[in-house]
Design a protein around this ligand. Structure first.
Ligand code: HEC
Ligand code: HEC
Length: 144
């Protein structure tokens, strides 16, 4: 008998469990809606798509931008304001502004962002890192 599919399924199960254990996506409707920039009526799927893309672009995790509930440390308080949330909101506004001003991409952040309409997006600068590389490139000296 071929045991490979069973082994693969077991590994898949562990991976899936790991993913859920470390990025606790809140059940639909559980979040408190303290949204300040994304539309308040954003669907749960769109919200999570934005959040996961922020993780990928910056290399950060849910818990780097969000904080635990003050009353129950086993729970996350997704709506609570944090320094990194504030920075991220400023970044979203910047992305919207610079695409509008320099690349003539008009309209709502959420839709442009999720549909990859922006010419410059989080990943253009962050490329998977919390702090973008700001080193000045120096030309390679000419051989004499
Ligand atoms: C780089 C920072 C960052 C990361 C990483 C991040 N978030 Fe967020 N999250 C935000 C910001 C900023 C907002 C608020 C956006 C706004 O106000 O428009 C937010 C809002 C939310 C909300 C809605 C809160 C409310 O007020 O209703 C939920 C739920 C949420 N995030 C879940 C997650 C989950 C789950 C993850 C990991 C998979 C995650 N976030 C990763 C920055 C982040
Ligand atoms: C034009 C380049 C650029 C774009 C686009 C950009 N960022 Fe940034 N971001 C930066 C720079 C530069 C810093 C570091 C600022 C500093 O060192 O004080 C930063 C800092 C941050 C930080 C704080 C990191 C820390 O630990 O201090 C977060 C979080 C962040 N950006 C998220 C985002 C997200 C999410 C997006 C897309 C919505 C985005 N950024 C788009 C350039 C950019």
């Amino acid at each position: 008998m071929n045991k490979k599919p069973i082994v693969m399924a077991a590994i898949g199960g562990v991976l899936l469990f790991g993913t859920y254990a470390f990025s606790p996506a809140p059940p639909q409707g559980e979040h408190e809606n303290n949204l300040k920039f994304l539309p308040k009526d954003i669907s749960h799927d769109d919200l999570m798509a934005v959040m996961h893309s922020f993780e990928a672009a910056t290399g950060m995790n849910c818990g780097d931008c969000h904080t635990h509930s003050a009353t129950d440390p086993n729970k996350m308080d997704w709506g609570a304001d944090t320094k990194h949330k504030e920075t991220t909101i400023a970044m979203m506004k910047m992305v919207q502004e610079l695409n509008k001003q320099y690349f003539a991409v008009e309209g709502d952040f959420k839709d442009n962002y999720l549909q990859s309409q922006y010419k410059v997006s989080c990943n253009s600068c962050h490329n998977g890192h919390e702090e973008p590389n700001n080193m000045v490139t120096i030309p390679i000296p000419e051989k004499r």
